[in-house]
Design a protein around this ligand. Structure first.
Ligand code: 13P
Length: 253
């Protein structure tokens, strides 16, 4: 899977044009799930652009209640049926907006309950990495979500994105080995809990056409969550192409 998190960028008109350009750039894709995550204001306008293209539509966040006095929030019930997925736990939500692990868990469960696929983002800060706490941090973030669940989610109902905070928007990508190391750990942690219910795990953090192929060549990295470059359709298309090549290579092993 390659998903483009547009963050708080583009006007509605620009977003519609970007979605069109993304669809054109990834038209040859067969094996890779492609998704765009525009701002909430754009979702309804972008939906028809994606019709028949196979490109999926996601929201960058969601609240956990269905309705009520929660000014400014968007509920999964509002997205269900026409939006394909949500992203929860992005590091910008956690660190800039003070979102707690248990809140991320509630958002996760609410998304699943409404039939929305959910991308769960986890990752450590540079300080946590320097202190040797990377695995502890991602385990804590995952366990807080698992604590909200009654049972294992269907394997295709969720995706994990490992996004080291120090690599997001900094141009400082994790090396393929660093990313593989943590992604393999995440899969092991999930396997210990859900046996064969291990979902795809993406890497995110300064993914570009120049480094994508090396990341996707790693055994456990199943795609990317792309920020900045997802605003440039052609380059985003090159990243999707690299994922397509990696998926073909895995099929022939
Ligand atoms: P960048 O690709 O801009 O580093 O952002 C990554 C990210 O946060 C995707 O969710």
């Amino acid at each position: 899977m390659v998903a483009g998190n547009w963050k708080m960028n583009t006007t509605v008109d620009e977003g519609v044009a970007l979605a069109r350009a993304v669809c054109a750039a990834v038209a040859a894709t067969r094996r890779v799930d492609v998704a765009v995550l525009p701002p909430f204001t754009h979702l309804w306008a972008v939906r028809p652009v994606l019709e028949g293209t196979g490109v999926r539509l996601g929201a960058q966040d969601v609240f956990w209640k269905d309705s009520g006095a929660f000014t400014g929030e968007i509920s999964p019930a509002m997205l269900a049926g026409w939006c394909d997925m949500t992203l929860v736990g992005h590091s910008e939500r956690r660190h800039l907006f003070g979102e707690r692990d248990d809140e991320v868990g509630k958002k996760f469960v609410a998304s699943l309950a409404h039939g929305l696929q959910v991308i769960l983002a986890v990752g450590e800060t540079s300080e946590e990495r320097d202190d040797g706490r990377t695995f502890d941090v991602v385990d804590r973030q995952l366990d807080a979500v698992f604590a909200e669940l009654d049972g294992p989610p269907a394997v295709d109902a969720w995706v994990i994105a490992y996004e080291p905070v120090w690599a997001i928007g900094t141009g400082r990508t994790a090396t393929p080995e660093q990313a593989q190391d943590v992604v393999a750990h995440i899969k092991q942690h999930v396997r210990a809990r859900f046996l064969d219910g291990v979902p795809r795990v993406l890497y995110g953090g300064s993914v570009t056409p120049a480094n994508a192929a090396a990341l996707f060549a790693e055994r456990d990295i199943d795609g990317a969550l792309v920020g900045g470059v997802s605003l440039r359709a052609e380059e985003f298309g090159v990243i999707v192409g690299a994922a397509e090549t990696a998926a073909s290579a895995r099929d022939t092993v």
